[in-house]
Ligand binder design. Sequence first.
Ligand code: NDP
Length: 387
Amino acid sequence: MRKVTIFGATGSIGCNTIDLIERDRENYEIVALTGGRNIAKLAQQAISLNAEIAVTAYEDCRDDLRDALAGTGIEVAAGEAALCDVADRPAHWIMSSIVGAAGLAPGLKALEQGTTLALANKESLVTAGALLLGTADAHGAKVLPVDSEHSAVFQALVGEEMEAVERVIITASGGAFRDWPMEKLANATLEAASSHPNWDMGQRITIDSASLFNKALELIETHEYFGIAPDKIEAIIHPESLIHALVGFHDGALMAHVGPHDMRHAIGYALNWPARAELPVERLDLAKIGSLNFKAPDEARYPALRLARWVMEEGGLAGAVFNAAKERALDGFIDGRIGFLQMAQIVENVIEKMSGDGLGLAAITLDTVQDADHMARTYADEFMAIR
Ligand code: NDP
């Protein structure tokens, strides 16, 4: 019986993870499920999977969760500290699918118990890659990528020597606005940005896909997770989103990972690794698909990609600053305080403001990362206030 914990159970990745577990229910014991404000869903999941404990990230949701689980015998907890506490409960496999930098602290705590951490929360690698992977090494834990592009690279590298890798190419659908003219982007609405042409995901990552901030995070994630030099990592627009990533080797071979738009593939690979289990995903009909298209991304249109290159070159706390400024700017767009194109401007303003602070040389600890994150959010708020 495998003991499993899911951070961010109520989200898109969390629900897909639960879907796979429910299909093989007798082999799993659920330790903890965590969520945010969707208490009805968290309670329903905890009851249906008979979880040991359900945790909401928000103290003000504690009573609602307690009421929803009254009489079930399922423990209830709330708050950021409670998330870290449950990360300490022994589990063989832990899914990290909280959205945003809030996923870092529980992820680190989980690794300290020497477990396997399935990492959807890309922000952990972007903000503190060295700390996360160093913690895994120090405790004999394993971090497995769940982001579809990184799972694809991981799979393409099975049995290969890293010295033979010449380049990694990750694909981008181009998001909701890939066919929009540049002049229309300034007036892009929240509703339009929240709809992805290929993938069904949480709202924040969907908007990040439209601005290519998601791809920017993934370039950094590739650099951090696989230790590949920035100049060997490329992003390419591939509207069909069927090839998730390609690895180029020094004999000229390109190994592509091709699969449907279904996160249950990457989640299932991490859940069953190193084995491959049968998964309930569509089998692609290549003749029906007919053709696949590729286009170089225009960095003038997508400044996020240029900023990601700066982060990779700078290193240190640059990723924490970039991610926090991006999260805050995204809040601003969602709240209607700034327009779509202003998100990248805010992030660039924050980077310019903080880039003289020796970010690249700073030690990466949870404290320094959280301080840099806090500072970047404060500056982002200031820049948004004067617009
Ligand atoms: P969702 O927004 O759908 O879900 C996010 C989850 O995190 C929910 O359970 C939410 O709770 C919880 N949450 C929100 N804020 C906090 C907080 N401050 N503290 C603790 N928990 C919180 O996101 P996704 O599932 O789309 O994405 C999750 C992660 O996976 C992200 O890092 C994303 O980049 C990554 N990812 C997602 C993919 C996808 O297909 N969705 C693909 C690849 C990577 P509640 O809803 O109850 O408020």
